[in-house]
Write a protein that binds this ligand. Sequence first.
Ligand SMILES: Nc1nc2c(ncn2[C@@H]2O[C@H](COP(=O)(O)OP(=O)(O)OP(=O)(O)O)[C@@H](O)[C@H]2O)c(=O)[nH]1
Ligand SMILES: [Zn+2]
Length: 219
Amino acid sequence: MSAIKPVSSGAAPLEENADNLKPSRQEAMKAVETLIRWAGEDPSREGLKGTPDRVARAYEEFFSGYDTDPVQLLQRTFEEIDGYDEMVLLRDIRFESHCEHHLAPIIGKAHVAYMPDRRVVGISKLARVVEAYAKRMQIQEKMTAQIANTIQEVLQPKGVAVVIEAAHQCMTTRGVHKSGVTMVTSRMLGLFRSNPSTRREFLSLVGNPGNSASSGMMG
Ligand SMILES: Nc1nc2c(ncn2[C@@H]2O[C@H](COP(=O)(O)OP(=O)(O)OP(=O)(O)O)[C@@H](O)[C@H]2O)c(=O)[nH]1
Ligand SMILES: [Zn+2]
């Protein structure tokens, strides 16, 4: 095991930002009540009485990633790997996120790979890093870059590759109303960027990104 120098994890939790003080739960519930009235409903009727509280709890879950520091997740590594120096790939990490423009769900899969440099990280931690960034208000490009950059900076492997394929409900349930559309993004660093055969090997192991309509992504 080895300790690693911490690096910045991107967005700071709201509570740490004095200019952007977090509203109380009560204020959040009041805002939901306002939206209910604005939609033309009566927030005091039986079925809606508990809704502001439920929505506040749902938001705590949807956006719990702000309470997690992805850098901390990657601190513990293992060096007894008997010279293992091939790719490590975690494929099909399902995630649920929300787009920062409409707060509509983004549902998809992430594929995360790295080329170790004398040490590896517990494999669940890669999925936890995906989760920490997914449970925030996102755009897919930013989330893809954040995952790859954090792994590269903290673990300092020989390379990192991240591919994300996802359906954006802001495109299906509203707006342009196009269902079955998948957005595919990728970020390749180190050997995955400079070495075409490493990149090819990764892409062939991942399969055919974007061809996921039949694999459970709900647009
Ligand atoms: N690049 C990118 N765009 C996204 C993502 N999620 C949502 N969007 C887009 O963000 C854009 C916001 O565009 P605006 O014109 O400001 O918003 P809008 O009027 O609601 O746009 P429409 O969705 O076209 O109705 C839309 O085109 C969305 O499809 C994402 O992860 N990445
Ligand atoms: Zn959107």
